[in-house]
Design a protein. Structure first.
Ligand SMILES: Nc1ncnc2c1ncn2[C@@H]1O[C@H](COP(=O)(O)OP(=O)(O)OP(=O)(O)O)[C@@H](O)[C@H]1O
Ligand SMILES: [Mg+2]
Lengths: 296, 253
């Protein structure tokens, strides 16, 4: 009797989990389908070549232009800038926390860094406008500091908690025996850290970086507030840019349903999706490559 | 016993982890180009003593050490040698084979690079070290294979190759065979006997048979103290202390 009940619960559990699993996949597929469907509708009206090579994004003028390049370059610029700032600082901080800081210091610092992740992106964007913007403006002698650099710095701050936390876990997870072996052949702390510990933690560190990149590419509110949103072709870090995310967020609200412009926003969303996908695949590739050398 | 040259020694060594005293008044000597076995029940401080010789406890914040450690009459602590210099001259092979997550070749060449051995010499030394550790024939065609894909015994020989690549003067081995099957164990023992021609070897072992097979000298430790030390034959056949007799005859441990 009891046995039968246990069997029943067991199979119920299996069915419930199967159902939720299927549901997740269905929802994801539906989103992807909608993206692709609307993107296809866009390409019926605008040629993909014009879309990819066009250097102007100007959907609202009478001679509407749907070139993704300025948006793409903006997104890449801001993401790249954020990563240039966040990757060395993130890995450095993680290495410091796990290899140099004593346990007391680590126990204080780690929660503080993790707390940074809880700051809402709108707050960070606000900081960009009222604090970082004026600083940058003063430094560069421009009228305002809402530009790619501003966005990059803010995104770096937002990506740091993720990168530090995950990279620190990865470094901490490197077996003590590797480090002992390294010290055993006469290596010092720095050599052990850079030549043994960090390479051994590489899959985790790469995962951390990829999650950071993913967050930076997809982040909307902060870049929307901090980068100025000028749709001219971006000329560098000290110029205003308009990222793919910001464009979608700004224009989706005012665009009439099922117009070319409406479809165009789906098309750029698809490109954004493809970018994150590629980032993840690259990350996955490296993770597997390094894992080959790890003990099973 | 013929007068032998003492290579490595500890004089009146005390060691604490936090409040807990692990080593008590250790006085021990290791003769040059001989194999010395360190035996004693689990937890008596064999690994701790061994690791003190190549300054592994420097990495443990709450370890405190008193007394003198001497290599050829040079102090290992507080003397002219830095920790990294000590570790170059006194190599260590650990209980569990711990190759780096790198290729076979890179495992051996790592220490050479770290210690600034000129690039032209590196390859030759790697090959020679692998030959000396009887691993060469088994791996010569796949030097770029990840080291973790080797068998346990091969991994341990790789770790020995990595250690001897640096031409240390002393090799410390902490139960190098405890995770190995009898055949791999026999290979490592053969290797250790060969290495004795050039190196001073200290080996921790739980196997009384192993100690008798390979060791010239045996040191018996109990509860953080050295109870008795001397030629292996006399420790096993004619121990002076009752504690030693009980241990080597398997009456506790
Ligand atoms: N890093 C450390 N911090 C605190 N205590 C330690 C540390 N390392 C070892 N000890 C303690 O020191 C004592 C001796 O340990 P050690 O590893 O030297 O014993 P052992 O003789 O090698 O034993 P075994 O034969 O089981 O390897 C043990 O009680 C152990 O708990
Ligand atoms: Mg031990």
């Amino acid at each position: 009797m009891r046995q039968a009940r246990r069997e029943w619960w067991n199979s119920l559990g299996k069915q419930v989990f199967r159902l939720t699993g299927v549901m997740v996949i269905v929802v994801l597929m539906a989103i992807l389908g909608m993206l692709l469907w609307n993107t296809a509708a866009f390409f019926l009206e605008i040629s993909p070549v014009d879309f990819i090579t066009g250097t102007q994004w100007d959907p609202s003028s009478s001679d509407a232009q749907y070139g993704i390049l300025p948006l793409l370059v903006s997104t890449c610029l801001v993401t790249l800038g954020a990563m240039i700032i966040a990757i060395p600082i993130g890995i450095g901080t993680a290495a410091f926390l796990s290899e140099y800081a004593g346990s007391r210091l680590r126990n204080i610092l780690k929660p503080i860094i993790e707390m940074l992740a809880a700051i809402p992106s709108v707050t960070i964007g606000f900081l960009g406008i009222v604090f970082l913007g004026p600083e940058i403006a003063q430094m560069t002698g421009q009228s305002n500091g809402l530009n790619a650099l501003n966005g990059a710095i803010l995104l770096a701050i937002m990506a740091l908690p993720t990168i530090v936390t995950i990279a620190e876990d990865a470094i901490q997870g490197v077996p003590q025996s590797y480090k002992e072996a390294s010290y055993g052949v006469g290596a010092n702390r720095w050599e052990t850290l850079t030549k043994i510990t960090i390479p051994a933690a590489a899959p985790g560190i790469l995962a951390a970086v990829m999650l950071g990149v993913g967050r930076a590419i997809g982040e909307t509110m902060t870049v929307l507030m901090a980068t100025g949103n000028v749709s001219a072709f971006p000329k560098g870090f000290f110029h205003s840019v308009k990222t793919i995310t910001a464009t979608i967020a700004i224009e989706m609200g005012e665009v009439p349903y099922q117009t070319t412009h409406y479809y165009a926003l789906f098309a750029i969303a698809t490109v954004l999706f493809a970018m994150t996908l590629v980032v993840n695949l690259i990350g996955e590739h490296f993770v597997n490559k390094f894992r080959k050398y790890q003990a099973a | 016993m013929i007068q032998e040259k003492i290579k490595l020694a500890a004089h009146d060594v005390n060691l604490w982890f936090g409040q807990k005293q692990i080593l008590k008044h250790i006085d021990v000597t290791f003769p040059e180009r001989k194999i010395t076995a360190l035996i004693g029940p689990s937890g008596c401080g064999k690994s701790t003593l061994l690791r003190a010789f190549n300054r592994m406890h420097d990495l443990v914040p709450d370890a405190r050490i008193e007394g003198r450690f001497l290599l050829d009459n040079t102090d290992l602590y507080g003397g002219p040698l830095s920790a990294t210099q000590v570790r170059q001259r006194i190599g260590m092979v650990f209980q569990k084979a711990n190759p780096f997550p790198k290729s076979i070749y890179d495992n051996v060449v790592y220490g050479l690079k770290i210690n600034g051995v000129p690039k032209e010499q590196q390859h030759e030394i790697v090959v020679r070290s692998l030959q000396e550790s009887y691993l060469w024939e088994e791996v010569k065609d796949e030097l770029n294979k990840p080291a973790v894909r080797l068998s346990g015994g091969q991994q341990q020989r790789l770790c020995i190759a990595r250690t001897i690549a640096l031409r240390p003067e002393v090799i410390l081995m902490d139960e190098p065979c405890s995770a190995l099957d009898p055949i791999s164990t026999a290979k490592i023992e053969e290797l250790i006997l060969k290495l004795k021609e050039e190196y001073t070897i200290v080996i921790v072992t739980h196997s009384m048979q192993q100690a008798q097979r390979i060791a010239d000298k045996t040191v018996f430790m109990y509860l953080g103290e050295v109870v008795e030390q001397g030629p292996t034959a006399s420790i096993f056949n004619n121990p002076q202390q009752e504690l030693t007799a009980n241990y080597v005859h398997g009456r506790f441990g």
